[in-house]
Design a protein around this ligand. Structure first.
Ligand code: FAD
Length: 470
């Protein structure tokens, strides 16, 4: 079998690339080893985690009503874990079923097989599914490599016990353990920790760095760290390393080495969320000219071209940030370049969102990056305590800030912490992408009372015209 474009991997990068290439009139096949399209994002990432976080959010808000607004409900919420799991699985199957139909409608062939390169122009297809063509291989004019990433599991934590989970295990929601240790205070660990804590587990978090969400601006992390401390009843152990873990009497015994915590403790379950590894091993890349860098990512340029003229790379396998919308966008670029269009991806405003309570979001330049690169920026902060909407919603711990280039008055970065930050950041991404000046934001009429006004207000801070209460 031959196709003009073969996409290896059916995640958000891969299926977006395949659909767009088909829309461009190319003959396309997707090779995906799993029975369903969707990849990490749909099957064991973004979507199931957000479905569970929705349940956690509602439980948290009900608790807040009880404590802060005097609305009483009788007793604690009772949770039917099977129903929660079933609902989450239904969301996944709705979305993956839709993808199958979209592929069919465009004439994209979906081959369920594990693909490995035998040369720069051919993939060997392993498996026993009827979609595998006779001869067990497919040749192509171009291949888009979209094999994504998998959770990193350090060998010392890989003790062969189902009490030690990665993010996929945690999303399976086998039970609600009485106690759960989250190793790693990055976004995946904090999102899953939030879910389990609201479902009733006693959650602890251990992080090697001196703060949660290493790499994010500290002023954005502060309100979240405070809320996590309360949710975990103080069991956030910073600057602390996990020495060893082992199964003892149906529990996991963990050794801590650090100022945050020292000594042993036992937990019913442990979630290891210490990062993700790009999938490049065992793909036969040595039979191509593709270059993998020392961090395991495939090297590619702004058009997603690798060092092999026939092969493009997109998504998690092609470098940071490992985010679904970045994968999708790279997929579009690769498909359009193959179709002969002169496009490239200039990564100036890829938004990042942490779906915790409160949410954290940023786009463009961060303060940490500006400091590291010695860039002169003006930082304009509007605290949500001054927002009427935030007061009404009792979410005054948030803030919105713009990073402005004082030479051009252009917005170059934005950071938001607070409820709905993930939705609000889209306006900032558009503004940065379009090269807006601060006046473009402040002279745009924003609806009142909404949290979106805080973007306008933070712009007004730049001119010294922001009102103290809005
Ligand atoms: P993947 O989605 O990883 O897909 C790769 C596909 O390739 C897989 O289906 C795999 O089976 C297939 N494959 C690999 N090797 C082969 C082979 N040899 N042959 C055939 N098929 C192969 N991102 C966000 O933007 N927002 C979020 O809120 C978010 N939340 C997340 C929560 C969790 C718990 C996790 C784990 C991730 C989350 N992510 C989120 C990250 C997001 O899921 C990834 O960035 C995204 O899925 C990457 O897309 P991709 O297409 O590059 O690869």
């Amino acid at each position: 079998m031959h196709a003009s474009v073969v996409v290896l991997g059916g995640g958000p990068g891969g299926y977006a690339a395949a659909f767009l290439a088909a829309d461009e009139g190319l003959d396309v096949a997707i090779v995906e080893s799993e029975p369903r399209l969707g990849g990490t994002c749909l099957l064991r990432g973004c979507i199931p985690s957000k479905a569970l976080l929705h349940v956690a959010k509602v439980i948290g808000e009900v608790e807040e009503l009880r404590h802060e607004w005097g609305v009483e409900y009788s007793g604690k919420p009772s949770i039917d874990i099977d129903a929660v799991r079933a609902r989450k699985d239904k969301v996944i199957s709705n979305l993956t079923g839709g993808l199958g139909n979209l592929a069919k409608r465009r004439g994209v062939k979906v081959i369920q097989a594990r693909g490995t390169f035998v040369s720069s122009g051919e993939l060997k297809l392993e498996g026993d599914h009827e979609s595998i063509p006779e001869g067990g291989s497919i040749t192509f004019d171009h291949c888009i490599l979209a094999t994504g990433s998998v959770p990193a599991m350090p060998p010392s934590f890989d003790i062969g016990s189902d009490r030690v989970m990665d993010s996929t295990g945690a999303l399976n929601l086998k039970d609600i353990p009485e106690s759960l240790l989250v190793i790693g205070g990055g976004y995946i660990g904090l999102e899953m920790g939030t879910v389990y804590a609201h479902l009733g587990s006693k959650v602890s978090v251990v992080e090697l760095a001196e703060g949660l969400l290493p790499g994010a601006d500290r002023d954005l992390v502060k309100p979240l760290a405070k809320k996590m401390e309360a949710l975990c009843e103080g069991r956030i152990y910073l600057n602390t390393k996990v020495g060893s873990i082992g199964e003892v009497d149906d529990q996991v015994e963990v050794t801590f080495e650090g100022p945050g915590k020292f000594g042993h403790e036992r937990f019913d379950r442990v979630l290891v969320s210490v990062g993700r590894r790009p999938v490049t091993r065992g793909l036969g890349l040595e039979n191509t000219q593709v270059v993998v860098n020392d961090r395991g990512f495939v090297e590619c340029d702004k058009q997603q071209r690798t060092a092999d003229p026939k092969i493009f790379a997109i998504g998690d396998v092609a470098g940071d940030p490992m985010l679904a919308h970045k994968a999708t966008h790279e997929g579009r670029v690769a498909a359009e370049v193959i179709a002969g269009k002169a496009v490239e991806f200039d990564k100036i405003a890829i938004p990042a969102v942490v779906f915790t309570d409160p949410e954290i979001a940023w786009a463009g330049l961060t303060e940490e990056e500006a400091k590291r690169d010695g860039r002169n920026v003006s930082v304009e902060v509007y605290p949500w305590a001054a927002s009427g909407r935030a007061q009404a919603l009792n979410i005054t711990n948030g803030l919105t800030k713009w990073l402005v280039d004082p030479e051009t008055n252009r917005v170059v970065g934005c950071g938001i912490v607070g409820s709905g930050a993930g939705e609000l950041i889209a306006e900032a991404a558009l503004a940065i992408e379009m090269g807006c000046e601060v006046t473009d934001i402040t002279e745009t009429v924003h609806p009142h009372p909404t949290l979106s006004e805080t973007l306008m207000n933070a712009g007004e801070v730049y001119f010294g015209t922001a009102t103290e209460i809005y």
